[in-house]
Every structure is written in C-alpha cells, then in structure tokens.
Ligand binder design. Structure first.
Ligand SMILES: *[C@@H]1O[C@H](CO)[C@@H](O)[C@H](O)[C@H]1NC(C)=O
Length: 376
C-alpha cells in the first residue's frame, strides 16, 4: 500500500512536471494589428477600430462578422493553414482556457495597434505590441501553472511566432499631424525610434522563449484607398510608400542582426513588390479594381469603415481592397503566398500536411470542447 502510494507520487511527479507531461502540439502566437486581428477588438467595447458589423466576415465561416477586418481570411490565417497549424483564437475570446491555448495558441492581434504604445491613441482602446507581449507573459504564467515549468518551456520554444505590425505607426501616428510623433521626429529619427523599439521587443520575445519567429514587412501603404482619397490626384501617396520601403529595409537589417540570438530562427519577409505590381497592373493578376474599396458607402469617400448600409462590389475576389484600409481575402492569399516564399516556410511537420478547408473559420462556440488531458 505504502509502496503503491509512493509509486503514484513518482508517476504523478514525472507526468506533471517533466517534459513527458507535455504532449504538446505546435501552435502559433500571433502579435499584430487589424491585418491579423481575429476578434480581440470585438471585446474592447470602447475601441473605435471595429470590424463587428456586416459585411465583415461575409466570405468566411457562417458569413457573420467575426472580428476580422476583411471579407475572408487574414494573411496569418492563410499562412498558418498552409503550414497545417491550428488557427489561434483571440486572446479576449471568452472560451480561451489553458486547454484551448495548448491546442491552438493565442492571437493578441488588435486593430489600431502599433509597435509604439502611442500609435492609434485615437481609437481609444487597442493592444500595442508592448501590451500584447505583456499579455503573452500572462499566458506563459498560466501554462506553467497548468503543465509545469519545464514542459511549458518546451511548449513555448516549439511554438511559431508571428509579429506583424507597423502600418499604424505611420498611418495612424507619424503621418497624422494630430499625433505629437509627427512633429517630434523626422523620417530618419522616427525610423530609428521605431526600429529601436522593435529590436527591444523581439529580443524580449526571444528571452521569453520564442525561437521560430517571422516578421511581416509593410505593403505599399500609400496605395490603400484611404491614402489615395487623401491625395488630390487620386494617385498613391509617394511619401507613405517611401516610408514603407525604408521600414522594410531597416526591419530586414534588424532581423539579420538578430541572427546571433541563440537557437533561433528569426525571419523577415514583405510582399511590397508583389502588391505594388498588382496595383499597377491588376488585370494581369486577375483583379479588376485596385484603387477603391469593395465595400463602400455609395460614392461617399473616404468611408471610414464598412457598414451594413454600404454596398458591396459585384465580385469580391476581383477587388484588391475590401475597405479603405484592408485587402480582400483574395489579395491576402496573394500576399500570403509571397511571404511563404520569402520565409521559405514548410508545413509544421515538414511533410506537407494538407491544409484545412480555407472557407471554414474556427468558431469558438462551435469548436469541439477541449479533449481531456492525457493525465486524467
Ligand atoms: C508601453 O506600455 C506598456 C504597458 O502596456 C508598458 O509596460 C511599457 O513600459 C510602455 N512602453 C513605453 C516605452 O512607454
């Protein structure tokens, strides 16, 4: 009897605390802005950056708004799907639990968020990258409590990380005179400040266990419909495009410099050129419109967001832009394919796992309840 009890204790200790206790899946942790948000802002009730009204989400899952700022999938959705990784739920999703995190990871992405804390302040509520990393540290604590320190360490080191922010630091900060950064800095000093901040954040993520991490660069943000409307000619805003290119160059060099971080694979990739080519010659790439939003409020421009009273374009797959800011599902697919090429990504099991049907979104309320832990 005594011996049995001792045995039980030994077994429990091993299963509870050792790496053996972690039948861990490879999951993703996603840090981003509205281009990657899968629902966090939906729960930030005071945030003005919202995708909670029709027609957002019309081409994914049940077609109802799900928090994504597009008609279908985000770029991160598509890349994750192609790698055979589960889609991470939003951090603020009420169904998030330790079991869900161990199965699917977490997305901290938040519309309006930037690399800098002050970015997007006029949206009132959003998670900046610093805040997202702070929330990730909370997630780590939770998982350590659940599966033990060593198993958690392995889980977080095997996970895949996506960092995809930066547009808002320009569009909703530096390029807007209402933000003090726009008159405190010039192009050069702002870039140093931004890249310096990103460097600190990426090093912090490494110290927290991130080993396989990809950073998305910026697209030609001077060509989003909103920026065109703001220019008198209707052409792309060259200044915004120039800043995107110089951010990409500096971020790419930063990631190169971070190669010395031990045991890590940090990669940078952008789809600037491909998107610019599509915008310059949409027909060649199978698009019909590359300068105005598919969802628009008659001809009142800029329409700040897509609303139920808006009208939609006839064929959503032929538009590059969904609203004033965000690409459509089909443009996102093109961007995702380019990034996969740039990153040289393979599927999670390196064997080319079949990707799940792209049209089906994980709906928290419909997803199967978490399977019982093997220790039960
Ligand atoms: C940004 O905000 C976070 C809290 O979310 C805080 O911990 C951090 O110190 C802030 N960073 C700067 C540079 O002020």
């Amino acid at each position: 009897m005594k011996l049995n009890l001792a045995l039980v204790i030994v077994v429990t200790t091993i299963l509870g605390n050792g790496i053996e206790g972690c039948h861990c899946k490879i999951v993703q942790f996603i840090f981003g802005d509205s281009l990657s948000d899968v629902g966090n802002n939906k729960y930030l009730s005071r945030s003005l950056a919202q995708a909670s009204l029709p027609w957002y989400g019309i081409d994914i899952g049940n077609g109802l708004p799900n928090g994504r700022f597009t008609n279908g999938r985000t770029v991160a959705d598509i890349i994750g799907d192609k790698m055979g990784l589960p889609r991470p739920p939003a951090f603020l999703d009420p169904s998030l639990s330790e079991e869900v995190i161990l199965e699917s990871g977490v997305s901290y992405a938040s519309g309006g968020g930037g690399i800098l804390n002050e970015t997007g302040a006029y949206f009132i509520q959003r998670f900046s990258l610093d805040k997202q990393i702070e929330l990730f540290q909370g997630t780590q604590k939770l998982i350590r409590g659940k599966i033990g320190k060593r198993a958690a360490e392995k889980f977080f080191q095997e996970a895949r990380y996506v960092v995809a922010l930066g547009s808002n630091d320009f569009i909703n900060n530096y390029l807007m005179p209402v933000y003090s950064d726009s008159w405190t800095y010039n192009d050069e000093t702002f870039m140093d400040y931004l890249i310096g901040t990103l460097q600190r954040q990426l090093k912090l993520l490494h110290s927290l266990g991130a080993r396989q991490l990809v950073v998305f660069g910026l697209g030609p943000m001077g060509c989003i419909p909103l920026q065109r409307v703001l220019s008198t000619t209707g052409n792309c805003r060259e200044k915004a495009n120039r800043l995107a290119l110089s951010f990409n160059k500096a971020a790419s060099k930063l990631i190169d410099d971070l190669k010395h971080l031990p045991d890590s694979s940090y990669k940078f990739g952008d789809a600037y050129d491909v998107v610019y080519n599509v915008i310059s010659n949409p027909i060649k790439y199978g698009f019909q419109n590359a300068d105005s939003p598919c969802c628009s409020f008659w001809n009142i421009r800029p329409a700040l967001t897509c609303v139920p009273a808006s009208s939609l374009c006839k064929d959503r797959s032929k538009y590059v832009f969904w609203d004033e800011y965000h690409p459509t599902d089909s443009a996102n697919e093109l961007i995702a394919n380019e990034l996969i090429k740039k990153f040289g990504l393979l599927s999670a099991d390196q064997g080319g796992a079949p990707s799940p049907a792209p049209a089906i979104a994980p709906s928290p309320s419909l997803s199967p309840s978490p399977s019982p832990s093997p220790d039960d």
